[in-house]
Design a binder for this molecule. Sequence first.
Ligand code: URA
Length: 224
Amino acid sequence: MDNNDKILTDIWDLLNLTSDYLATGYLKDHSGLKISTDSLEKIAEEISVCTKCKLCESRTKVVPGTGAIKPSLMIIGEAPGADEDRTGLPFVGRAGQYMDKWMDAIGLERDKHIFLANIIKCRPPENRDPGSDEIAACLPYLERQINIIKPDIILSVGKIASQVLTGRNEGIGRLRGQVYKYEGTSLIPTYHPSGVLRNPEEYRKPVWEDLKQVKVYLDNKNSQ
Ligand code: URA
């Protein structure tokens, strides 16, 4: 093969790679292995211009999620509240600050060990529950985030996030206390920090039990 032939072959390979990528969202390396080109930045950019549901009309800022690059824990809440909508950051309001204390109690820090996200990336007006159409439109973003982050364990906080991720309909009081799998990743549901702030006598103890389970799970994983 002379030099011109080689250049033509390279251009041909490049065109094939590009068309594969456009069709599938994956690049294949020379061995045919699939390499994902998805990234958290790309997902956040898509969310920033998302118009897949009517929440785009009332949001101030989208809240894609933030945290450690290689987190051991991913915390998934329901939806941004007023503080999150204003700042574009998850769990920065009173509930989030309270949740930082939970994490502190099991030796975890936000930007070091945790990635925080929500089922819904835009605030529902008046903090109403997200509709099933809004959840269905937004969930693929979270699925892609989990796929990239690959946390050791997921903590879902509150009824809605826990129901969506376990695929079950019970209230959080019945869902918690067990370990589930979400797309192969272990998942522990617990109460939402805002619920615990409203009723600490009832919910603080079970949350502590759930957090201890998270800690045991992570300690075991680290000692493997
Ligand atoms: N509640 C949630 O579920 N998520 C946030 O980001 C803030 C409050």
